[in-house]
Design a protein around this ligand. Structure first.
Ligand SMILES: *Cc1c(COP(=O)(O)O)cnc(C)c1O
Length: 438
């Protein structure tokens, strides 16, 4: 590993004042070892660390940076908004414009802005419970919906990265009403609804799972979920915090343009819709959304919700993300997926690369499709560690966990892809040589 003196120094200081030296667990590199890299700046597809080294970024702030870092028009819009004042605690125009943009593009008839994906899913669940007068919720193992107490049961993302079986601090009674099922398992869904149907407030699922690695829903699975929930008077919450506006302009994964077909009752957004700022939202059917305070009795609020900076960043990002930007992004992602597969195949590394549109990840040592959390956990995640470090040393910044999705941006062009192509063969060799003990 190349030493990173400035990152090392900052990490030591950070560890003295922050648990684990980070503000979100996966950033700490625990799954891959070594010192987290402290970034100083970003531009387009590139990040520069505090030691002055440049990397092609394949994390994209874990999804939001659809247009790449520091897009000049986003920065200009945010700068102009900031100069007018950063938060008023009153309604302001940008939040209306962003809500109109989301309502125009998606199946949501109304939206409420919040500041994180966690807040969006937490609030959507409260609303579903308030609307139905029922307590139970259904989620899938390996899906991650933020760190909401009731949703941390068998969650993906950092929970699986760190191998945590469950988290202390969540009382048993809080998860007692959470039913956890295997992803893509229709008969398990049917059975749970047959047994508890009239007590289930909602089912929440990632529109395409991206937090146990990328595990797309089997064809028709989401529609099936919408039918089962409807039959039992429960709400279907599609969590599009990761997929929303990343995979399609419509904001819906796998439902592109199908406004007249089925639609989720509630949907959650975050990541891309904040344009790199803390903005998220939940929305959906008007009759459900109108149960929210102040039009209805279900309470939900936020000091910085819909603030003009975050909503301006999100709105500018969504407006710039035209069909051309998605075409560039999808093309870069396809090229990259091919480069990765070719390099791993040449080095003799068994693997399965799975995608949901332009989101993708690699399952190591697996040669059949991964359809659920058990399959994702069965991979040889240890092969990722030397691969990750070889890529990092060659100037490619990958997610520091085998269970996270790789994110490309519309700014990933020729130079970035060349850097990755040059780095891959040696990294693939390192993965081939890896043993479970290393
Ligand atoms: C990231 C993510 C969340 C949580 O969003 P935060 O902004 O990190 O709270 C929720 N659901 C999904 C599907 C996510 O990918």
């Amino acid at each position: 590993m190349t030493p990173s003196p400035a990152s090392q120094h900052l990490f030591e200081r950070a560890q003295a004042v922050s648990p684990g030296g980070v503000n979100s667990p996966v950033r700490a590199f625990r799954a891959v070892g070594g010192t987290p890299i402290f970034m100083a700046s970003g531009e387009g597809a590139w990040l520069t660390d505090v030691d002055g080294r440049r990397y092609v970024d394949l994390v994209g702030s874990w999804g939001p940076m659809l247009l790449g870092h520091a897009h000049p028009e986003v920065i200009a819009a945010v700068g102009a908004a900031a100069a007018r004042g950063t938060s008023f605690g009153t309604p302001s125009e940008p939040e209306v414009l962003l809500a109109e943009e989301i309502v125009a593009r998606t199946s949501a008839e109304m939206v409420r802005m919040v500041s994180s994906g966690t807040e969006a899913t937490m609030s959507a669940i409260r609303l579903a419970r308030g609307f139905t007068g029922r307590d139970k919720i259904v989620k899938f193992a390996g899906c991650y919906h933020g760190h909401v107490d009731a949703l941390l049961a068998e969650a993906g993302s950092g929970v699986v990265t760190l191998g945590l079986p469950e988290t202390p601090g969540v009382p048993a009674h809080v998860t007692a009403d959470t039913i956890v099922l295997p992803y893509n398992d229709r008969s398990a869904v049917e059975a749970a609804f047959a047994e508890h149907g009239d007590a289930i407030a909602c089912l929440i699922t990632e529109a395409a799972a991206g937090n146990m690695g990328v595990v797309p829903p089997e064809p028709g699975f989401n529609e099936f979920l919408s039918q089962v929930t409807a039959r039992h008077g429960a709400l279907f919450i599609s969590d599009e915090v990761m997929t929303g506006f990343r995979v399609t302009r419509s904001g819906h994964w796998g439902l592109d343009g199908q406004r007249e077909g089925w639609a989720p009752d509630l949907v959650t957004y975050g990541k891309v819709m904040g344009g790199g700022f803390p903005a998220a939202a939940f929305g959906g059917r008007r009759d459900v959304m109108e149960q929210l305070a102040p039009s209805g009795p279900v309470y939900q609020a936020g000091t910085l919700s819909g603030n003009p900076i975050a909503t301006t960043a999100g709105l500018t990002t969504l407006r710039l993300a035209d069909a051309d930007a998605y075409a560039r992004l999808d093309d870069a992602s396809r090229q990259l997926q091919r480069l990765v597969t070719d390099a791993l195949t040449s080095a003799g590394v068994a693997h399965t690369l799975q995608n949901a549109g332009n989101m993708f990840s690699v399952f190591w040592g697996v040669d059949a499709p991964v359809t659920d959390f058990a399959g994702a956990q069965a991979q040889e995640a240890w092969r990722y560690k030397p691969f990750f470090h070889a890529m990092l040393d060659a100037g490619v910044y990958l997610p520091p966990s085998a269970f996270e999705c790789w994110f490309v941006s519309a700014a990933h062009g020729e130079e970035a892809l060349t850097r990755i192509a040059e780095a891959l063969p040696a990294a693939a060799q390192a993965a081939a040589r890896a043993t479970a003990a290393t």
